[in-house]
Write a protein that binds this ligand. Structure first.
Ligand code: NAD
Length: 424
């Protein structure tokens, strides 16, 4: 993997830049550059043809100074340990920037769910839960869904964990189906959070959302709901894409109809009345708001100069490389950094965990209102830091997060002590 595209190197470069600006204690800085724990497991799964296949799974526990590790599990054929480490680091900064009492972690399994039966996916999910049952728990590490995992998979993992431990324990994982202790609003929480941050950024930049032209890359859980919600706000969604390619319509697409089309045809490509475009062309379209909602490393030094959007709302994790981020800053493209932009998911996961722990459930209105309050405050804090310190939004978000995690580490003590004194 080219150095520019190694997500963990990118996460470290971003951390280093903000740490320098903060004059961070070098010992704390060193501690924050690496995960606290890495678990790698081998998961034997009986396939439908009767043969046993071994899958490799990871759980990276990056930092728990502010609370239990928290972060999703991704099932992906190209999963690497460095990707999981980067995602775990970003979870640490995400929970810290929105100031919820959780740390950061992430899981991944190298597998191609598109080539597996439902039964094989269930056995793999249960195997992953068994292999890590003593490493996770409601006060240790609380996983959730991510790319190519969903509420059903969360239900299997919860069930397997409960079988191993012999206790009812819905708070071990979030993103569960409503029937099993999931939270109202979790399904579209990430997209709704993206919308709240876009609303605030548009307000700051003077973009009228009623007339904005929006481009969305990725048409999964996050991208689809973002497209729907932007249209509801009056914006025109002129292009969307998935892993097979993109579609464009100058007059605007109907996100609901595109979704129906994708359900039938497995892709958005070929949607009637649209023009087929590549993902590369999509990113460089003339528009007001670009929402990368697919995977990491989509905006690189090769295309950052071609981005024409005024606002980039990073719904995906790590869609912009370090070099590309520097180019966007130089070109004054306002960017909502991903770990702030897509934090709606973890905020509602946090709400789900709370509801499970005290066994009392909230309405969707309560969930969304509380999420709006948290994410809007976080956005405004980051904006203020960015303006006060004259740094880009990403560096400002890192500065706030790093300071919170560093303060928690120092207050716990046993760190940086001289003659018995804790230096704070
Ligand atoms: P998903 O699996 O539901 O959808 C991913 C979409 O991206 C699919 O439509 C896929 O076809 C498309 N895609 C894959 N490769 C692509 C490519 N090269 N170009 C264009 N499209 C491509 O996943 P999701 O849950 O929507 O997650 C999307 C991103 O948001 C990921 O980076 C994920 O980590 C991040 N995220 C998700 C959540 C959540 O709650 N689901 C929370 C925070 C962050």
């Amino acid at each position: 993997m080219a150095e520019e595209l190694n997500p963990f190197k990118i996460a470290q470069q971003q951390l280093d830049k903000a740490a320098k600006k903060l004059n961070l204690d070098p010992k704390v800085h060193e501690k924050l550059r690496e995960p606290m724990r890495i678990h790698e497991v081998s998961i034997p799964v009986k396939m439908d043809n009767g043969e046993e296949k071994k899958f490799v799974g990871f759980r990276v526990q990056y930092n728990n100074a502010r609370g239990p590790y928290k972060g999703g599990i991704r099932f992906h054929p190209d999963e690497t340990l460095d990707t999981v480490k980067a995602l775990a680091a970003w979870m640490t900064w995400k929970t810290a920037v929105v100031n919820i009492p959780l740390g950061g972690g992430k899981g991944g399994v190298i597998c191609n769910t598109k080539e597996m039966s439902l039964g094989e996916i269930e056995r793999l999910s249960r195997g992953y839960a068994r292999a890590l049952a003593d490493k996770i728990g409601p006060h240790i590490d609380v996983p959730a869904p991510d790319v190519y995992t969903n509420p059903q998979i969360m239900a299997w993992i919860m069930d397997e964990y409960e079988k191993v431990t012999g206790k009812s324990c819905p708070a071990v994982i979030t993103g569960k189906p409503l029937e099993l202790g999931g939270s109202e609003g979790r399904g579209d929480a990430t997209a709704q959070g993206v919308i709240y941050t876009i609303r605030e950024a548009a307000n700051h930049l003077g973009i009228d959302l009623k007339n904005a032209r929006v481009v969305v890359q990725g048409y999964g859980n996050v991208g689809y709901f973002v497209a729907i919600k932007m249209k509801e706000l009056g914006s025109k969604v002129i292009a969307v894409s998935d892993s097979r390619g993109g579609i464009y319509s100058e007059d605007g697409l109907d996100p609901e109809k595109v979704f129906e089309f994708k359900k039938k045809n497995k892709t958005v490509v070929g949607y009637p009345g649209s023009k087929e475009i590549t993902n590369k062309e999509l990113l460089e379209l003339e528009c007001d708001i670009l929402v990368p909602a697919a995977l990491e490393n989509q905006i690189t030094h090769e295309n950052a100069d071609g981005i024409k959007a005024k606002l980039v709302a990073e719904a995906a994790n790590g869609p912009t490389t370090f070099e590309a981020g520097e180019i966007l800053t130089r070109r004054k493209v306002f960017t909502i950094p991903h770990f702030l932009c897509n934090s709606g998911g973890v905020i509602v996961s946090y709400f789900e965990w709370i509801q499970n722990l005290y066994g009392y459930y909230w309405t969707r209105e309560v969930v969304m209102e509380r999420m709006d309050k948290i994410i809007t405050k976080a956005f405004l804090d980051v904006l203020k830091m960015s303006l006060d310190e004259k740094v880009d939004m990403r560096t400002a978000a890192y500065m706030i997060s790093i300071k919170r995690v560093a303060d928690a580490i120092k207050l716990r003590g046993n760190f940086n002590q001289k003659n018995g004194d804790v230096i704070i």
